[in-house]
Design a binder for this molecule. Structure first.
Ligand SMILES: C[S@@+](CC[C@H](N)C(=O)[O-])C[C@H]1O[C@@H](n2cnc3c(N)ncnc32)[C@H](O)[C@@H]1O
Length: 279
């Protein structure tokens, strides 16, 4: 029985009560500890899909928060060849199982399991983060995850991150999966020049969603067709140029206080630009 079904059988009112209770109280673990999330393992086909969704590979450092018997960490090391895998679980029984599973799979050189509270654990080096927790736990982790390196991939089994909409989702054997890429922090005012023409973009950001306005030499336009994945930013704007509106495409990367990329006006070539955040 998965975590959703386990609560789902209780009905909606009881579900809300259970989540509320979960926010305040704890679940008894097998090793005499109180847990924020009860132990329910992710089925192996779902584990594989979670790691596939994140395009996990040999350059990755993978962390599973609340790693249970270590199956996601072991699979990432054995089958996806991550360079390092880390699991953290509060329950010592789970840690013993995880270490035994890593040994059987022959991946002990690549994985480490820590018996500690995930809220007191630094997982900042992860490039792929997997979670099978609960909604309130995800929400508590959200600000920490949003402060991780832009481009970090996050997959959650069953539960969302509140109003931070996923970049992708899937359903495997009835199990819902959500995928996010940690967005760069790009909100602000940027300025750049193309020849003698000065441009200014006001960029507003809510998670990975961006909006705003562009002011050019001949007027102002809304940013259109905006998209952001990690550090990759794109937007268009229909700018007045020579009396008629011309569509301008920007595609580039957020690099600290700069947006570095190219601008293309419909019908003409690409120009390299570096837009600098001035506020
Ligand atoms: C739903 S299970 C998921 C196990 C594994 N990630 C999987 O998908 O198969 C949640 C796990 O989180 C662990 N856990 C609960 N609260 C924790 C906490 N505060 N710190 C670390 N681990 C915790 C539990 O012991 C349990 O193994």
């Amino acid at each position: 029985m998965n975590l959703r079904t386990r609560f789902g059988l209780l009905g909606v009112a009881a579900l809300l009560f259970a989540f509320d209770a979960a926010a305040q109280s704890k679940f008894p673990g097998d090793g005499g500890v109180n847990l924020d999330v009860p132990y329910v393992p992710t089925p192996q086909t779902v584990v594989n899909r979670m790691l596939n969704m994140a395009q996990t590979g040999p350059n990755d450092i993978h962390y599973d928060l609340g790693s249970g018997d270590g199956r996601i960490v072991v699979t990432a090391a054995r089958d996806f060849k991550v360079k390092k895998g880390v699991g953290v679980d509060l329950d010592p029984v789970r840690i013993r199982e995880a270490n035994a599973n890593a040994k059987t799979a022959g991946v002990t050189d690549h994985v480490t399991f820590f018996q500690t509270d995930l809220f007191k654990f630094d997982f900042g080096e992860a490039t792929v983060l997997t979670l099978y927790l609960l909604p309130d736990v995800n929400l508590k982790l959200r600000p920490i995850i949003l402060d991780m390196k832009p481009g970090t991939r996050v997959v959650s089994h069953a539960f969302t991150m509140g109003d931070w909409k996923p970049d992708d989702q899937d359903n495997v054997e009835g199990e819902q999966l959500y995928y996010w890429v940690v967005p760069a922090k790009v909100g602000g005012t940027y300025e750049w020049k193309i020849g003698a023409d000065a441009y200014r973009a006001e960029v507003f950001q809510e998670f990975q969603l961006i909006s705003g306005t562009l002011t050019g030499p001949s007027g102002q336009a809304k940013l259109l067709n905006t998209s952001m994945r990690g550090v990759d930013v794109k937007f268009d704007a229909s700018v007045p140029k020579g009396g008629a509106p011309v569509v301008m495409h920007f595609a580039g990367k957020a690099e600290g206080d700069k947006l570095v990329g190219t601008i293309e006006f419909a019908g003409s070539g690409r120009t390299q630009v570096t837009a600098t955040r001035v506020k």
